[in-house]
Design a protein around this ligand. Sequence first.
Ligand code: 5GP
Length: 195
Amino acid sequence: MLPDTPTGKLLIFTAPSGAGKTTIVRHLLKHFGKLAFSVSATNRPMREGEEDGVAYYFLTDEEFRSRIEAGDFVEYEEVYPGRFYGTLHSELHRLWSQNMVIVFDIEVKGATNLKKFYPEQSTAVFVNPPSPEILYQRLRDRNTESEADLEVRIARAEEELAYVNTFDRVLVNDDLKTALAEADEIAREVLEIGK
Ligand code: 5GP
């Protein structure tokens, strides 16, 4: 059952891992008080410095599976083998009931499905790295994963780059300052600031 709250807007940032969407989303959340982050659920292990309920709701495999069966997700994906990530209906309605516009940091298939679920309310932005090679190098430099995980992430990034033209906007993350200014502009449009 969906909670009986009116739905609001969604501002979806999507990109391959390493394209810089997280930096952009964090920047927007800091500068626009009416934006709120959609905390996804995942069964991946918590990384150092992460806290349950902030970056993610960390669920066990069993908890994640039973929430799929209960129909609790708007969308979910097995982003990496055995690693599930999903957007909970309850999270969206929690934030809309506070009158917030919801911001997402989500991979490409999930972004596509969110937009299908809320076509009128969604603005979906694809963050494009300056080039595929730069993206793969950023993933290597990040170095939070094992070598095997890294290979999987690079293969997935390659696939995701092909989706660039299927979203409402493309934001090239070459010079960060320019990218953040463009993101501000998109947020102002969605929030209808300065109209
Ligand atoms: P990480 O493990 O590095 O935090 O995230 C891995 C990937 O999962 C990122 O591309 C992130 O955007 C994506 N992701 C995070 N939350 C969700 C979600 O709710 N649904 C989907 N489909 N992908 C998500």
